[in-house]
Design a protein around this ligand. Sequence first.
Ligand code: F0G
Length: 353
Amino acid sequence: KTSWRGIMAEYAPFFGSPDPASIVTLQEGGTPLIPLDRIAREIPVPVSLHAKFEGANPTGSFKDRGMTLAVSRAAARGARALICASTGNTSASAAAYGVRAGLRVFVVIPDGKISRGKLAQAIVHHATVIQVEGLFDQALSIVREVASSHPIALVNSVNPDRLEGQRSVAFEIVDQMGSAPDYHFLPVGNAGNITASWAGYKAYRDAGRLTALPRMMGVQAEGAAPIVLGHVVEKPETLASAIRIGNPASWQGALAASRDSGGTIFSVSDEEILEAYHLLASREGVFCEPASAASLAGFLKKARSGAFSGGERIVLTLTGHGLKDPDAVFRTQTSEIRVPARKEEVLAVLGLT
Ligand code: F0G
């Protein structure tokens, strides 16, 4: 097989068969669907559990799936600059795809509230980083206004091209499993991804590529759970900084995805997120960022409350790579053994003296 060409080429019929020359791509998508057998054995009934590891995308998150479309189309329309608000991953992806297309990129982020890995990505790709003394929600409303009155393309997920590209995760899961899972858990922040993933399953069904649709299980962090609470959260707070959002743009899309699929949107605590984060890393060798672990935390919560009877096939989206946020590790774990540089000293640590 030739190497993976990126989602717009691999799923060309779903994207209006774009002209290959007009595609701005880093060969995103084609991410692994990793079995989580050791974690699955922890719950009382036998289920099949897999992680769609979106950290394996070129900039380390699922945002690349939407960004290839958004930036390709913005460039084709003659855009010279891109702008986005971000909790970090969108800005990292916009910065990378923007330079690749030769565009200027402006990213507006909540002051001091995005992880260092993501900030490093925006900086290294020469984006202009504007920290606002406020929340993501405020940053988003500012960039929406700026883009509506100036010739700058908005690449947040309120741009329909972003959601159209993010549908591809569902295409891949179905191709990898041979069918849709019974349940698809994913973290919900601005709510674009659950909206897009659900649209992807439906588009694949309409194209005759699958019959049964999954239940969409959206997971919010307790301190930033506007959809669960049914009202805007003025001061969202969670250690999962990627989903610290109080007024999601795709609120209605998320509600429709959960309702129409027979799924639900619910919340988990930061402690549950951290437990899931450490389980993935220490039992499965899978390192995702804290927000991503909300999907496993949500699955475990449902499993422990007896939601599964056995035999279900479950997919979790792990939305971003753990290296995005190394500080999340050091906040809770350290491991430093220093010895003089002699073999005997190392053997002593190994217990082999
Ligand atoms: N997981 C990660 C790692 C994210 O970065 C995001 C969103 C989500 C989950 C939630 O996805 O917003 O579509 O519901 N990050 C955005 C950003 C807000 O700016 O990078 P969503």
